[in-house]
Design a protein around this ligand. Structure first.
Ligand SMILES: [Zn+2]
Length: 282
């Protein structure tokens, strides 16, 4: 798929599992257990599906998945599965190496979005993408280095503080244009300063919606994760963004849906729902 000067490619960096109750907040299990079947520990399968944007000069990676710095206990808790898909394996399939990436845009610094940003080497942590400039909202970095006791577990400093120490992390402030095709949309319900990417040209728009809509099941407005710091803000943000997705026929890109890569959204008298689903970029 091409948008403007960019060629878009999915980079699947693996799978993991999170508690289904936490993923659906106040929604009863009876309503999500068929679409997202839980395992014996009530966990549902999630992807870490990242996006590569190439334009001849730049190779931009959006988010970096869980990464490889996990101990046995965490691997067990989250059932981290990178047997078939990881950053290196998925880039390798398209004949790229981490060194080829020129830019890494981080939607936010939760461990499943920036885990792959750093790697151990000679007893220290260094950027995985040695030639890349990394980008994140300043507001999210400021929160990530000093989170609340409630969300401390989601921000693992080894995944982003070494980027700052190496001088490769650039701050974005608000809803800037990255270039002609890429615009950041900032939302604050899930955490502070999460940036969605709206990638568009005159005929197509893709919304890399990260944790505003983690899976297709989260399109209806009340389907909001228990992790969100300000759920009523997420309600307002969904009610602002989803009508635009319907009216302008955006294709929504799902970072965590285990099957669906892209979907369009429709609106009925019962609310917003998935219209057409796609299991690959078109
Ligand atoms: Zn998150």
């Amino acid at each position: 798929m091409n948008i403007g000067k960019y060629k878009l490619t999915v980079v699947n960096t693996g799978y993991f599992r999170l508690d289904g109750g936490a993923m659906f907040g106040i929604i009863p299990k009876a309503l999500w257990k068929n679409s997202n079947p839980p395992d014996e520990q009530n966990r549902i399968k999630l992807a870490t599906r990242n996006l590569l944007l190439e334009n001849g000069k730049r190779k931009i990676l959006v988010d970096t998945g869980m990464g490889i710095k996990w101990g046995d206990k965490s691997k067990y808790i989250y059932e981290i599965d990178q047997e078939k898909f990881s950053i290196e394996k998925s880039l390798g399939r398209i004949n790229l190496k981490p060194d080829d990436i020129t830019d890494v845009i981080l939607t936010h610094l939760h461990f499943d979005h920036t885990g792959g940003s750093t790697k151990p080497e000679n007893d220290k942590l260094i950027p995985t993408f040695t030639n890349a400039t990394y980008y994140v909202q300043k507001e999210n970095y400021d929160w990530g280095v000093n989170p609340s006791d409630r969300d401390r577990g989601s921000y693992i400093k080894d995944n982003f503080v070494p980027l700052m120490e190496e001088g490769v992390l650039n701050f974005i402030n608000g809803e800037e244009m990255f270039d002609d095709e890429i615009q950041f949309l900032v939302v604050n319900g899930h955490t502070f300063g999460q940036q969605l990417l709206k990638i568009s040209d005159s005929s197509n728009t893709i919304l890399y919606c990260c944790d505003l809509l983690p899976t297709t099941s989260h399109i209806p407005v009340p389907y909001i994760m228990g992790y969100d710091l300000q759920p009523l803000k997420t309600v307002a943000e969904k009610k602002k963004i989803l009508p635009r997705a319907v009216e302008e026929n955006w294709k929504v890109f799902f970072e965590h849906d285990p099957e669906t890569v892209l979907a369009t959204v429709s609106q009925t008298e019962k609310g917003f729902k998935v219209n057409e689903k796609f299991s690959s970029l078109l």
